[in-house]
Design a binder for this molecule. Structure first.
Ligand code: ZN
Length: 361
């Protein structure tokens, strides 16, 4: 094992309703094997205080196991509540986060609780509310988001503290840097009015820490190594926040891997196709080949031809196809970001097929 790196994803909600949730675990496993680094499966359990939460996590891990991923090393944010609170207190003592009087926009149900309606709707929590006649309305309770002046906890952004931005594919680098420019000298709201389950007392006042912020601390709670973190290409702002927190907490470097999404294909039932064949390599290749790092900006639909191709192959051929992905020049490349780029570009059906055709029987 190359011991100074680990690979993980942003903490995921333990869901089992869609096959797409297996893409990240499959990538974690592949990258871990190809680069000989430790895998960590990160789970966000703070979203739910239902009694079933432990049951949901178990169901999720069973789902991974049942589909070919042995997730031994699991990070569950909720198990680190004490350390999260300590980190928030540490950040406050170091002036990395501050108590300030701000105008907050909030709806009746409290789901919308934001600092800057315009920035949020452009970059982040847009699905929480909509703008009608220049007013914001909550999409859940339909009430107007009204301004309140109150003491809140914020994290000011000072880009001089940032570590180098490393992201694969590197076409997102400029987008990432532009976000930093956009949010430079602005602040992110990190406390909420509602109960979040993460209460911290600072300067004699209780603050409910935003769940989203708590999981942005996760790089400091994982083992002290350089990290490859998988995240969706629609969530560059989330990556930027993780990167910023990682920088100001002076953690080791982070390389992000952005994945793309598949749109529904009305002529093809991807779930049925996925579960049709039990072979784990079939399932892994089916999802991995739906990622396309050579042409990443175009979103793609679930592709029947990938299914047809894989279905035709023998179990042994599929195993070779999977191994062929790892068969790149990554060994002689020193830089980890370049290794990653080579690896993901090698997840290429026709190229891998040619590679295995060249092997003598
Ligand atoms: Zn509401």
């Amino acid at each position: 094992m190359q011991n100074d790196f680990l690979v993980t994803s942003v903490p995921v909600t333990p869901k089992t309703s869609r096959i797409g949730v297996l893409t990240w675990p499959y990538l974690i496993e592949l990258i871990s094997k190809a680069l000989k680094i430790d895998p960590v499966f990160s789970i966000n359990a703070f979203h739910s205080y239902l009694e079933s939460s432990d049951v949901e996590i178990k169901k999720y891990l069973d789902f991974l196991h049942g589909n070919g991923v042995y997730a031994d090393d699991v990070y569950i944010d909720r198990n680190h509540l004490h350390r999260i609170k300590k980190l928030v207190q540490y950040m406050f003592s170091q002036n990395l986060i501050k108590i300030e009087n701000k105008i907050i926009y909030r709806c009746s149900c409290g789901r919308v609780d934001v600092l800057n309606l315009e920035n949020d709707i452009q970059y982040d929590t847009a699905k929480l509310y909509s703008i009608k006649d220049k007013m914001a309305y909550c999409n859940f309770c339909n009430t107007e988001c009204k301004p309140y002046s109150e003491k809140v906890l914020v994290m000011p952004v000072d880009i001089s503290k940032c570590q180098e931005v490393q992201i694969v594919p590197n076409l997102y680098e400029s987008y990432f840097n532009n976000l930093y420019k956009k949010f430079s000298n602005q602040s992110f709201l990190i406390s909420k009015n509602r109960e979040t389950g993460i209460k911290v007392n600072l300067d004699g006042q209780d603050f409910n820490i935003d769940v989203d912020f708590s999981w942005m601390l996760f790089t400091a709670l994982l083992p002290d190594k350089n990290k490859i973190i998988i995240a969706g290409n629609r969530h560059i702002l989330k990556m930027m926040k993780i990167h910023y927190v990682n920088s100001i907490l002076k953690q080791k470097s982070v390389i992000f891997l952005a994945t793309s999404y598949n749109m529904k294909n009305l002529d093809f039932d991807e779930t049925k196709a996925f579960f049709e064949i039990e072979d784990a390599n079939y399932k892994k290749l089916f999802l991995l080949y739906h990622q396309s790092w050579n042409n990443h900006t175009n979103s793609r639909i679930w592709d029947k031809s990938i299914y047809k191709f894989l279905k035709k192959q023998t179990v042994e051929k599929r195993e070779r196809l999977y191994s062929a992905i790892m068969n790149t020049d990554i060994k002689i490349t020193k830089n980890m970001q370049e290794k990653m780029l080579l690896l993901v570009k090698n997840i290429n059906l026709s190229k891998n097929y040619k590679q295995i055709q060249n092997i003598k029987e």
